[in-house]
Design a protein around this ligand. Structure first.
Ligand code: TYM
Length: 332
């Protein structure tokens, strides 16, 4: 059986990178897999969060997934904190994972900044909770953007280490699915930084809540270099901003970077940007409109999440019971 699990943090400012790197793939995978998608609110509190904002962001993330085409009825969409088994398994994994493994995590280094002693312990063990999310359902595949690759390698180490510590073949060796031409969308202001929810400049990213005018303006202002577009992919080397915009176009149009170069080779950026903006607006506007509609109906969104949580828990509890048996816990 093939089962997908993936998650997104409810930290606001969902952007084009989240959409092209993850959400759009999640929507497509629904045709071939049993899918479990999770708004990871336990992960969100690893950094300081306002309760009211967390609640609003959780609904907003769920609304954007539904608006993008996640089917919360035939698949599962829920927020993590409604299924306590995630936190229970994360504890067991905290006792499997080694300090040395966590010390290598680049995301912790980035997020904790210069003052590591002030980072929450939760931020440090973030990847063990992520491993628990996935393995609690024995998911076989995890669709993510490139930035999550290291976390998924750690998840596989934890699975293997658990299996060998207890002499069992219990957890599957789960595969990452890093798909498409936009696995790492970069900031529109700086081609060497990833597009991110936390970038101080709103011009660095296209938010899923942006209006068509905002999208057009951000693309027009996106940083480029003075050369025209290359006719071949090789010509994108050493040109991170050009490469990023070509990658975004390719992904939005569902074609390859090479196709984009063939079509636009020799064109100026201003001509290319007009077409890119039109394409981005065409893709995102219907999602934004549906998202707004859903945001006005929080009762509906909450209902999907709690129904999803119940079904997720039904899948998780028997697996967690087996894990507890393997570990040697006495159970009711
Ligand atoms: P998060 O919330 O940062 O991002 C959600 C998804 O969006 C992808 N992504 C990007 N893809 C391409 N370009 C970008 N600039 C970009 N920025 C973000 C991410 O790779 C991700 O797939 N730790 C995870 C959440 C998580 C999770 C899990 C994921 C918790 N438990 C279990 C998979 C399985 C995170 O912070 O994603």
């Amino acid at each position: 059986m093939n089962r997908i699990f993936s998650g997104i943090q409810p930290t606001g400012n969902l952007h084009l990178g989240n959409y092209l790197g993850a959400i759009r793939n999640w929507v497509r995978l629904q045709a071939d897999y049993e899918c479990i998608y999770c708004v990871v609110d336990l992960h969100a509190i690893t950094m300081p969060t306002e309760p009211a904002e967390l609640r609003a962001n959780t609904r907003e993330a769920a609304a954007s997934l539904l608006a993008a085409g996640i089917d919360g009825k035939s698949n599962i969409l829920f927020n993590q904190s409604q299924v306590p088994a995630h936190a229970e398994l994360a504890w067991i994994f905290n006792c499997i994972a080694r300090l040395g493994w966590l010390n290598r995590m680049t995301q912790f280094k980035e997020k904790s900044g210069k003052h590591k002693d002030n980072a929450s312990v939760g931020l440090y063990v973030y990847p063990t909770l992520m491993a628990a999310d996935i393995l609690l359902y024995k998911a076989t595949h995890v669709p993510v953007g490139e930035d999550q690759r290291q976390h998924l390698e750690l998840m596989r180490d934890i699975a293997q280490s658990f299996n060998s510590a207890y002499g069992v073949e219990f957890f599957p060796i789960t595969e990452p699915l890093i798909m498409g031409e936009a696995t790492r969308v970069m900031s529109l202001r700086d081609g060497s930084n990833k597009m991110s929810k936390s970038d101080a400049s709103d011009y660095s990213r296209i938010n899923l809540t942006d209006s068509p005018d905002e999208i057009a303006k951000k693309i027009r202002k996106a940083r480029t270099d003075p050369e025209p577009l290359p006719g071949e992919v090789k010509g994108l080397e050493g040109r991170p901003e050009a490469d990023n915009l070509v990658g975004i176009f390719a992904s939005l149009a569902d074609i390859s970077r090479a196709d984009v170069c063939t079509r636009f080779g020799g064109a100026t950026f201003s001509a290319f940007k007009d077409e890119l903006a039109a394409l981005a607006i065409d893709t995102l506007s219907p999602i934004t409109a549906e998202m707004r509609r859903l945001m006005d109906d929080p009762g509906y969104v909450d209902g999907i999440l709690s129904d999803g949580a119940k079904r997720a828990e039904q899948m998780a509890l028997p697996i967690l019971a087996e894990i507890k048996e393997i570990v040697g816990f006495l159970q009711r």
